[in-house]
Design a protein around this ligand. Sequence first.
Ligand code: ATP
Ligand code: MG
Length: 269
Amino acid sequence: MASILVAEDLSAVGGISLSAAVPVLTAMDYQVAVLPTSLLSTHTSGYGRPAIVDLAQWLPQVFQHWTAAELDFQQALIGYVGSVELCQLLTTYLQAQALDLLVVDPVLGDLGRLYDGFDADYVAAMRRLIAPADVILPNVTEACLLTGLSYQDQPALVTLLTQLQGLLKPGAKAVITDVTQADKIGCAWLTDGQVQFVGQPRLAGHYNGTGDTLAAVLTGLLGQGHDLKTSVTLANQWLNAAVAATLAEHRTDARQGINLKPILKAILA
Ligand code: ATP
Ligand code: MG
């Protein structure tokens, strides 16, 4: 069993981020170290203002304990972090780990805007956090913020991806996760300077947690040794099935994250 460290927010209600990553990676046979970077009573989309506990005091103690206990992780997935201080703590801790795979979803914003509470210093801290990554999973907004290119919802992908690659170590890959091409939504990356795109039909509606879940699925598949194209293709198929299952529920409350059952079934099949 491979061990994986997953660090992102724990939102008690809403079924996204850690709540989605843990079942997915557990089904994929990982031993998951579940590290909340902050605690929230709900996620931040539609429930009003959540009660939040900042874990900046706790995280250094966790890393100290793990180091003393000689706990090592083979892989890591970093999602929402939340402050410059925590980004720096994670960057330092990860430097001391001999990881086979580090995936960073550089959560910064969406729809062309930084999320509330983030600023240019936070973007700079995120650039340092992605520098040692093997794979990063920005959406178009995050790709623009990281590179400093101005936001367009249909960006020139070759330019954006080339500049993103410049922020990464040799051999690492930037994968943009919310690319629209014709009627499809999917992911784009560069191979030998050429844009690769894999997607699935865009289904009606907007769903919470699709980006987080995609990151967990992709990390798990890559960690199992699948190549990037296979991993992105499977991840998009499974995400599409999860969105379709969510739609089929005809939910009256759209706040809960997507239905994970099709993903878990596909993993265990
Ligand atoms: P987030 O906004 O959570 O940061 P993101 O912007 O990185 O995430 P999303 O737009 O959530 O990315 O899309 C991530 C993946 O989820 C897509 O690549 C696709 O596989 C799937 N997905 C998202 N929305 C839909 C949809 N409406 N129909 C089908 N698949 C979807
Ligand atoms: Mg998005």
